[in-house]
Design a protein around this ligand. Sequence first.
Ligand SMILES: *Cc1c(COP(=O)(O)O)cnc(C)c1O
Length: 407
Amino acid sequence: MKAMGPIPPGFTADSDSMLLIGGQRADDLISTAGGSPLFVYDRSLIASQIERFRATMPPAVSLHYAVKANPYPDLLRFMDRLVDGFDVASAGELTRLREVGTTRPISFAGPGKRDAEIEQAIREAVTINLESEGEAERAIAIAETIGLQPRLAVRVNPPFALRGAGMKMGGSASPFGVDSDRVPALVARIVQAGADWRGFHIFAGSQSLSAESISEAQAATVALAADLADRSFPPPLVNLGGGFGIPYAPGDRRLDIEAIGEALAKTLDQRPDSLADTGFAIELGRWLVGEAGVYLTRVVDRKRSGDRTFLITDGGLHHMLAASGNFGQLLRRNYPVAIADRFGCAAAEEVTITGCLCTPLDLIADAVELPRADVGSLVSLFCAGAYGRTASPGAFLGQPEALEILV
Ligand SMILES: *Cc1c(COP(=O)(O)O)cnc(C)c1O
C-alpha cells in the first residue's frame, strides 16, 4: 500500500455517499456538462482562499492571478471580480483575458515574446516584464514605430532562489529575467527612451510549503529592489512573485500564510526610503485555484494482473500530467484521490488507477486503499484546479478533450 496526499478541505458527500462539489453531486455535474472526464472548479473555495489572502496580507499588497495556472474562461470571469490584476505569459493568454472583458491591470512575463506579442501588449497598455536587454530594445523600437508609450518593467533574475521550492527560479544563469547586476543600466536605458517605467518583477520560485522560506525570499526581494532603486530609479511597483504552494503528497503540510502576512508587514514597514512610494503585488496561481478543482473520470475496466487490481479510467495524463508524476517531479507521489460515488466510505481494497493511454506512464494513483469500485464508478482526483488541462499533452494519442465546469 502507498499513501496519498491529503484531500483538501471543503468537500462533503450526499446521503448516498456521492461526492458533492460546490453542493452539487458529481454524477449530476457529469450529466450537466455532457460526460466525463470533467474538471469541476468550485468558486466558493476560490473565493475563500482570496478572502484569506486579503485578511492576512498587508493591505498595501495587491493580488494578481497568474493566468497560466488555469485559463478556463468562466474561471477568469470569476477571478476578474476578486483579484486586482492578472499576469499572463503569452499573447494567447492576453486574448483570453480580453474575451472575458477585464479592465484590470495586466502584466506580461515570459521569455521569447515575439514582436507581434510585444506590439499587442503595447497597444493594450499591458506592462511588459522585460526578460532581456534584447527584448527591451525590440519593445522600444516597436513602440516608436506605432507611436505609443510602452509600459515597461524589468524582470530581475535574483541572486537567490526560494529555498525548498518545487520549482526554483533565481540564483543561477537563467532564460528568465535580467541578471541583477545589469538591471540598473537597463532601467536607465528604458527611462531615457521615454518609456513608462513600471518597476521590478522578481520571481524566486514556485510551490513552496514553507512560510519561513517564502518570507525570507520576500525580504531578500524587497532588499534587492531597494538596492536596484538606489542604483537607478524608484520603482512604481515591485512584483514580489508568489511561490505559495498547496499540499499534494503524503506528509505535505498546509502553508501558514498568516505567518507570511505577519513577516511581510514587518518587511514593508521597515523598507528603505527608496521604496517609500512603491506599490507591491503578489502573483499567485496554484494557491488560489489548485485545491478548488476536482478531475472526475469514470472506470472503464477493472482487471487483475498478478496480485494487483487495476481500475482503468477514461481519463489520464493527457488531462492531468502532474498527477502522473511527469510534470517536473523528481519522485512520483500519489495525489489525493477518492471513489466519488463512495466518498467518505471505508477503504476495502488496494487498487492501482490508470488512465486510458497506451503508456505505462499513465498512472493516476499507485497502490492506494479505497472503497470497492466497479466499471461505471467515478474516480475523483483532487488538487486539479491548477496546471491541469492546459498543462497536459491533450493531443497525445488522439483521446477526447476533458470538459470543464465552474460551479
Ligand atoms: C508560473 C508563474 C506564477 C504562478 O505560479 P504558481 O505556482 O501557480 O503560483 C507566477 N509568476 C510567474 C512569473 C510564473 O512564471
